[in-house]
Design a protein around this ligand. Structure first.
Ligand SMILES: *Cc1c(COP(=O)(O)O)cnc(C)c1O
Length: 464
């Protein structure tokens, strides 16, 4: 039996802070300039104010927080980030961050391998999924100038916004009863010859829907379009794809054939914010990153990340944090995969309880770890009012009894497509949505469900 224990930041902080302090001192101790000195009592009181102000947050870290896509990083990532931040290397260039550039190369290789990309891929970390997607769409525009990008109705709004930034048209493709891109609509729109890139989302931000990538790729190829995969949220589910539905797994395996892919380690990779990633299947796209450097970076081992990215300064600490995390939780089914499996189990379990409930109904079968559900009511206005009231009331309790949920806005056709027969007395209706990102939640579902069910029972009475 392995000797594992719970890891806490407080147990790691001393180790990394004193190691980096020792390293700094070895260059010769020097005093801080008077301009950087301060009264320690003043500093302590400011930090006290800060921690007081931080009370004004939802408890994103707690299993009772089952709302938006939020959770803290792993203590390993925090300790590695703190250690590296004390030096503050900049992964824009090797000179600005030698050690962390090497660490980033290793993690980018690991990510590429996870997706089945070839050994000779191109890629790097980014500050966010937004910049990672922008970069992939920019490369697509350079290859297919003037042609549109096509994305599903349920894709992240960043794609239409980035199309505006890049001054290319964006075409929206209809979704099916689970929120996945519809192939018939895509085929029709590809046939116009106006689409240069299809964006497939594997794990939509709203419902965790997985677009049918394995079928999108041959269709797009037939019309000469590129395929970009946005797995900012869902990318790490690749590790447990064989535990998902067979269809879903087939689409995850197809990522290997895509032209580019984005994943956010700051979502499901246990990292603090400021860590996205973009990967390209073909190194020759490196030609688009024009620079006036005297080196031939793309062929050489001495590649500076600044030469193959849109961003300039970028935290070496992000690369270090991800690297350290992946040494402890490698990109395998039993490593980081086990973390995702917990949330996935929670979603499957909650879906079952919702299906059996007399007052709540699941919106649809969850493909990943996001569940959406609604009160069993007859009109859109009641669904909306009760959902919102459940959301509001669930956290109006002493801290240790609070539940935190999120709402999600649906259009009438979204309900109809999923077989709900609701009187259309409103244009939209809010339902309830829970992103189950924390593996601990697999043990909290009966508790979460009974809280939400009890509240819904009370509110259904009030609103009917
Ligand atoms: C979160 C997300 C984005 C945006 O990424 P940020 O890291 O928030 O900038 C893009 N696409 C999808 C599918 C996402 O879930």
């Amino acid at each position: 039996m392995e000797n594992k224990q719970e890891i806490r930041l407080a147990d790691l902080a001393d180790q990394v802070i004193s190691a980096v302090d020792r390293m700094k001192d070895s260059y010769g101790v020097f005093a801080a300039h008077p301009s950087q000195q301060a009264e320690i009592s003043k500093v302590r009181s400011v930090l006290e104010d800060l921690t007081n102000r931080l009370e004004d947050n939802s408890p994103y870290f707690h299993p009772h927080y089952a709302g938006q896509m939020l959770k803290p990083p792993h203590p390993v990532a925090m300790a590695a980030y703190i250690a590296t931040m004390m030096i503050n290397p900049n992964n824009h260039s090797i000179d600005g961050g030698r050690a962390t550039t090497m660490l980033e190369r290793e993690v980018v290789k690991d990510l590429a391998r996870m997706f089945g990309y070839p050994e000779t891929h191109l890629g790097h970390l980014t500050w966010s999924g937004t910049t990672a997607n922008l970069e992939a769409l920019w490369v697509s525009r350079e290859i297919n100038p003037d042609l549109a990008i096509a994305h599903s109705e349920d894709s992240h709004y960043t794609h239409t916004r980035m199309a505006e930034v890049l001054n290319i048209p964006a075409i929206s493709i209809a979704t099916d009863e689970l929120g996945r891109m519809r192939l018939d609509d895509l085929a029709e729109k590809l046939a116009t010859g106006k689409i240069g890139t299809v964006v497939a989302t594997l794990g939509t931000t709203g419902l965790g829907a997985v677009d049918p990538l394995a079928d999108i790729i041959p269709l797009a190829r037939k019309y000469g379009a590129r395929v970009h995969v946005d797995t900012a949220y869902g990318g790490f589910f690749t590790l447990i794809a064989d535990q998902l539905d067979e269809e879903t797994a087939r689409h995850y395996r197809a990522i290997a054939q895509s032209d580019s892919v984005v994943v956010d380690p700051h979502k499901h990779g246990l990292q603090p914010y400021g860590c996205g990633a973009v990967l390209f299947n073909d190194v020759s796209i490196g030609r688009f990153y024009k620079h006036d450097s005297p080196y031939t970076y793309f062929a050489s081992e001495d590649l500076h990340f600044g030469e193959i990215q849109l961003e300039c300064s970028r935290a070496g600490a992000s690369a270090a944090a991800l690297w350290a995390t992946l040494q402890v939780f490698p990109l395998t089914r039993d490593g980081l995969g086990a973390v995702l499996q917990g949330g996935r189990n929670a979603a499957v379990q909650w879906h079952k309880l919702l299906s059996e409930s007399e007052v709540l109904a699941p919106l649809q079968v969850p493909e990943l770890d996001i569940v959406a559900y609604l009160p069993r009511a007859s009109k859109l206005s009641s669904v909306d009012a009760i959902s919102h009231a459940v959301f509001e009331k669930s956290f109006q309790a002493p801290r240790d009894q609070q539940i935190h949920l999120a709402t999600y806005v649906m259009k009438p056709q979204g309900f109809a497509r999923r077989g709900f027969d609701l009187e259309q007395d409103r244009d939209t209706a809010r339902i309830i949505r829970s992103v189950l990102m924390k593996p601990e939640q697999e043990n909290w579902i009966p508790d979460l469900h009974s809280h939400v069910e009890t509240l819904t029972k009370q509110l259904i009475k009030e609103y009917s």
